[in-house]
Design a protein around this ligand. Sequence first.
Ligand SMILES: [Zn+2]
Ligand SMILES: [Zn+2]
Length: 274
Amino acid sequence: MIVFDGHVHTPFCPHGTKDPLEAYCENAIHHGLTAISFMEHAPLPHNFHDPVPHQDSALSWNDLELYLLEVEKVKRAFQGSLTIYTGLEVDYIEGYEKETTKMLDTYGPSLDDSILSVHFLNFAGQYICLDYSPQSFQKLVERVGSIENVHDLYFQTVEKSILTPLGAYKPKRIGHITLSTKFQKRFPTTYLFDSKLDTIFKQMYEQSLALDINGAGVLKPLCGETYPNPRFITRAHQYQIPLIYGSDAHQVKAMMSGIEQLPTTIDFVTHLDR
Ligand SMILES: [Zn+2]
Ligand SMILES: [Zn+2]
């Protein structure tokens, strides 16, 4: 049974909905959750150009303080009925490690929780958002030569995110680790996920990192699976990696997505030790 949703977005997300924080909290209680983490996209480095058409991948720097304040406010309002953690979903962007570390050093002390995710891939100094659209994925395929090479570039970047030091406040959880499968029904592949994920899970175990078990892929018509899929959830569990369910909801009605796919014999993390 899922009692902790560790990955919830907010009205502060520029590509999300305006559903208020309180509505997420009430819905969490309605579904029997005892804890949630608000996990807004951390602002991107000032010197990084957001490659998506409307530059709306993340919180704007101007909204960051207000976001943190508003989460603290609901935290108090729901005290006793729901545990609320303040979090940021931090992008690992190859080449911007210094800027990311600086952001984490500054805002990490205000956070209860955080996730490290890869959305942007660096190919020959050009960044493309992997999961923006099937068109952006197609563009990547053309750049790197094949669908398999896209997966490979993605997982190489994930490996870097696991192994690269980002200071004392580096997130302790890796986000939607198979995000490169978001459009898998349109881009079928022979990529060998098993051996790659075995390597990655081993690295995560050694680095004491937890895994975001992300339900959002289930709602994506070209994916239809959790990130990672149930078979790899079981595999990660064999590596003794802590598993934290995350709806990755950008609207209230997307909470609890994908829970029907989760292996029922596996225990998911129920709260954070702090
Ligand atoms: Zn988002
Ligand atoms: Zn994400």
